[in-house]
Design a protein around this ligand. Structure first.
Ligand code: PLP
Length: 416
């Protein structure tokens, strides 16, 4: 059945499995071949060339070599693209490999366009809306990829654009403070330059950036897409034209996702909608409970500040399951809190079935410039699938020594 007519929950279960019936199998096949027999030199060579340039394997030429193409990876890409309402998906060995490829592909495409027009664009330039995941911020600021970067806020994008701007990067909800960025507003300011949205926190279940005008929707698939903390991967949903540029970079740099990762991530998609909804419901309860706790200074959760621009309503289908808090007791309180939890695991990463807690300034956002780094009293929580009353009991026992325990009867009512 055409996925265009299916609801997301059905696409999550059936997407990318269109060839299974013809193969005579029910579960996803896992193809681990690194190389594939060639029909003959000419057809194998033509297929190789097609893929090295970012195209597909030729029907009679085979898929040649696993750095160029793998059917298990291709099925996952197809499923993700359907969920994101995009033409194509391109999967990478990690979220950071995906971000690297997006920047290199944008640079290469702009270079070709400039050459066609007989003009020089100068040093390629990227506009990046902060806050961003620390690794993304680090990559952009490092200069490693040969692009100049202007970091700015949402409403400074138009002023930051140059003739040489090849890409605008944003994250919404942003890591770690859950800031919401108006995707349409940034797309309008970018004036035709591609906008990449890191959609890791929202997932395709809660937000579809391509439908809002973005050129690329990027996921650290390591997080909600896989959902079980056992596969590292990245994926970008986009147009087929952009996918070609991304696959070319991927083939040249060797950044393709491993098939076992693709298998696990594709399997993870089947439960993505139900996990996201359930984890989100617990996150709502926990965010409300934390807001009443005397040890907590502020709760960061989409919509918790009244969201005056109603972005949560217009851009998303729910706030997601990430929560951040600042603690009145500063870094010392954050340190004691993260060490005292028992059901939450004190670990980086997010989006899995089990709840995690971590201190961004010390870990995920450590490489970020001091002026943009999260505060020392900020702690980030990824809410999992455990019983919400158990999670709250754990937070309570860990927070209690920092101040007095919250005993708001409304919380009890919300949980029970
Ligand atoms: C929002 C966001 N984008 C990208 C990444 C990078 O993904 P990966 O760790 O899979 O390379 C992360 C990792 O935490 C992230 O949180």
């Amino acid at each position: 059945m055409n996925s265009e007519f299916l609801n997301p929950d059905s696409v999550a279960v059936h997407g990318g499995r269109e060839d299974l019936q013809a193969l005579g199998v029910h579960a996803l096949p896992l193809d681990l071949s690194t190389t594939n027999p060639l029909p003959d030199i000419e057809r194998g060579g033509d297929s190789y060339e097609s893929m090295a340039l970012g195209g597909h394997p030729l029907a009679d030429g085979g898929s040649v070599y696993a750095r160029l193409w793998n059917p298990t990876v291709a099925r996952f890409e197809c499923a993700l693209a359907q969920l994101e309402k995009a033409q194509a998906g391109v999967a990478f060995s990690s979220g950071m490999a995906a971000m690297t490829a997006a920047i290199l592909a944008s640079k290469a495409t702009a270079h070709v366009t400039a050459q066609d027009g007989g003009r020089s664009t100068g040093q390629p330039h990227v506009v990046a809306v902060r806050p961003l995941y620390g690794g993304t911020d680090h990559l952009l600021a490092s200069g490693l990829l040969g692009v100049e970067v202007t970091f700015c806020t949402e409403n400074e994008v138009a002023a930051a654009m140059r003739n040489s701007t090849v890409l605008v990067v944003l994250e919404t909800p942003a890591n770690p403070t859950l800031d919401l960025v108006d995707i349409r507003n940034v797309v309008a300011q970018a004036g035709g330059v591609d906008v990449l949205v890191d959609n890791t926190f929202a997932t395709p279940i809660l937000q579809n950036p391509i439908s809002l005008g973005a050129a690329m929707s990027l996921h650290s698939a390591t997080k909600y897409i896989g959902g079980h903390g056992d596969a590292v991967g990245g994926v970008i949903a986009c147009s087929e034209k952009t996918a070609e540029a991304l696959r070319r970079v991927r083939a040249i740099t060797g950044a393709i996702l491993h098939p076992l990762g693709a298998y696990l991530l594709h399997r993870g998609l089947t439960t993505l909608p139900i996990r996201v909804r359930s984890q989100q419901e617990s996150a709502r309860v926990i965010a409300a409970w934390l807001a009443n706790h005397p040890a907590v200074e502020k709760v960061y959760f989409p919509g918790s500040d009244g969201d005056p621009r109603s972005l949560l309503q217009h851009q998303m289908r729910g706030p997601g399951a990430m929560v951040a808090i600042t603690l009145r007791g500063g870094f010392d309180a954050a340190n004691r809190f993260t060490s005292a939890v028992q059901l939450f695991t004190h670990a980086v990463s997010l989006g899995g079935v089990d709840s995690l807690i971590q201190h961004p300034a010390a870990l995920t956002h450590r490489p970020v410039a001091p002026e943009a780094r999260p505060g020392a009293n900020l702690v980030r929580l990824s809410i999992g699938l455990e019983d919400v009353a158990d999670l709250i009991a754990d937070l309570d026992q860990a927070l209690s020594p920092l101040g007095c325990s919250a005993s708001d009867p409304r919380v009890e009512a919300a949980v029970l």
